[in-house]
Design a protein around this ligand. Structure first.
Ligand code: KG4
Ligand code: ZN
Length: 344
C-alpha cells in the first residue's frame, strides 16, 4: 500500500510518501519538510495564526513535491494519513482539511495519526528491527514521555511530564538568556563554549530524579535558572556566564532524562532503548544515553537528525504500523482534530 502523509501540527509543513507491506515493512519514497523557523524567529516563538497562514501558503507545493520525489501520481495513493493531534488547533486544521479534500476527490480512506505515535516509532524508520521490549524516551517541544513498547502497536506509558516538556524548558531558558528561537539548538551551542574554558557548574536541581515513578518535571528547573540570575545578579552580557548557565541547565535536564530512562529499562528488563522527538537532536543527550544504554546491555537507537524534529515521514511510518497492526482506515468524515489528543 502507498500512503501519503501530511504533518502540520505546529510549525513545519511536511508531506511524505511511503510504500508499506500489508503486515510489515515501510519504505520511504519521499519526505519534504518546509520549516517556518525563520518566520517565528521574529516573534521569538510560534504565533498560531501566523503558523496556520504559513501552512496554507505552503501545503499544496509541499504535497506536490513529495509526490514528484516519490515518482507517484496522486491517483496511485491508497490511503491518506494525517496528524490529527496533539498540536495547535489552527495548524492541525490546515493539514486535516487539506487531507479531507484529497480523500473526497479521490474517494480514498484516511488514517488519522497521533503526532506522538509518529515520534514514538520514528527510530523504526531507519531500524525497523529494533529488539523488543524497548523503553522509549520521547522529548519534544510539547511532550515528554517514557514509554514501554512490548510489541509493535502495544505500548504502555510509564511516565510523562507533570508540567513543562523538556523542549519547552529549553526554549524558555533560552529566552531568559536572550537566545534565539528555537532555544534547544542555541542552548547546546552555548553549552559547548562553557566546557572549553572557565566552566562553573551552577548545579541546578534534578527535579523528580528520586521519585519512584517515571514522571518528569521541568518547570521548577526553569525557575531555578531564573532565580539564580536574579539573586546573584548574574551579568548575561558576559558570554562566559551565559555559557555556564546554558551548560549547567542542559546537564541537569540530561541527567534526569538519562537516569530515569535507564531505571525504566532496568525495571522492565528491556533489550533496547530509543530516543526521539525534537530534543533528541541534542548531541550530548544522544551521547550520554547511548553510553548509559550500553552499560546495561541495551541497544540504543535514535533517528537521523532530520527525523527528530517534526516531519511527515514519521507520520506515514506510524500510520503504516497502525494499519499493519489491524487498524482500518476511515472515511474522511470521521477525521476529527483534537489539539489535546492523548497517546493510547
Ligand atoms: O518534536 P519537535 O520538532 O516539535 C514538537 O513536537 O514539539 O520538537 C521541538 C523542540 C523544541 O523545543 C526545540 O527547542 C527542541 O525540540 N530542540 C532541541 C534541539 N533541537 C531541537 N532541544 C535541545 N537540543 C537540541 N539540539
Ligand atoms: Zn513533534
Amino acid at each position: 500500500m502507498k500512503i501519503l502523509a501530511i504533518e502540520s501540527s505546529c510549525d513545519e509543513t511536511s508531506a511524505a510518501v511511503v510504500l508499506a507491506g500489508k503486515k510489515s515493512g515501510v519504505k520511504k519514497l519521499s519526505n519534504i519538510v518546509s520549516s517556518q523557523i525563520l518566520i517565528h524567529k521574529k516573534t521569538e516563538g510560534v504565533v498560531p495564526e501566523v503558523a496556520a497562514r504559513a501552512h496554507i501558503s505552503k501545503i499544496s507545493r509541499v504535497v506536490q513535491k513529495a509526490l514528484k520525489d516519490a515518482k507517484t501520481p496522486l491517483e496511485s495513493i491508497d490511503y491518506f494519513a494525517v496528524t490529527n493531534g496533539p498540536g495547535l488547533v489552527s495548524s492541525l486544521l490546515v493539514g486535516t482539511e487539506y487531507t479531507k479534500g484529497l480523500a473526497l476527490a479521490l474517494n480514498k480512506k484516511v488514517i488519522p495519526t497521533n503526532h506522538m505515535l509518529g515520534h514514538l516509532y520514528s527510530a523504526f524508520v531507519s531500524d525497523p528491527k529494533i529488539k523488543l521490549p524497548s523503553v522509549n524516551l520521547i522529548v519534544s517541544g510539547g511532550h515528554t514521555y517514557l514509554i514501554l513498547l512490548t510489541k509493535k502497536n502495544k505500548f504502555k506509558i510509564l511516565g510523562s511530564t507533570v508540567d513543562d516538556a523538556a523542549g519547552e524548558a529549553f526554549d524558555k531558558v533560552a529566552k531568559m538568556l536572550g537566545l534565539a528561537y528555537p532555544g534547544g539548538p542555541e542552548i547546546s551551542k552555548w553549552a559547548k563554549k562553557a566546557k572549553k574554558k572557565g566552566f562553573e557548574d551552577y548545579a541546578f536541581p534534578r527535579p523528580m530524579l528520586n521519585t519512584k515513578n517515571f514522571d518528569f518535571s521541568f518547570a521548577g528547573l526553569k525557575t531555578a535558572v531564573l532565580y539564580k540570575i536574579r539573586d546573584e545578579k548574574l551579568n548575561l552580557k558576559n558570554p562566559q556566564t551565559k555559557a555556564n548557565l546554558a551548560c549547567s541547565f542542559q546537564e541537569a535536564v540530561i541527567d534526569v532524562l538519562v537516569k530515569k530512562t535507564i531505571r525504566a529499562a532496568e525495571k522492565y528488563k528491556t533489550k533496547s532503548i530509543t530516543l526521539s522527538g525534537g530534543v533528541a537532536a541534542n548531541k550530548l543527550l544522544r551521547k550520554k544515553l547511548a553510553s548509559a544504554s550500553r552499560k546495561i546491555y541495551n541497544k540504543f537507537y535514535v533517528p537521523d537528525f532530520s527525523l527528530c524534529t517534526d516531519n511527515a515521514l514519521m507520520i506515514a511510518n506510524a500510520a503504516a504500523i497502525k494499519v499493519q497492526g489491524g487498524f482500518k482506515p476511515v472515511k474522511y468524515t470521521k477525521l476529527k482534530v483534537n489539539p489535546q489528543l492523548e497517546l493510547k
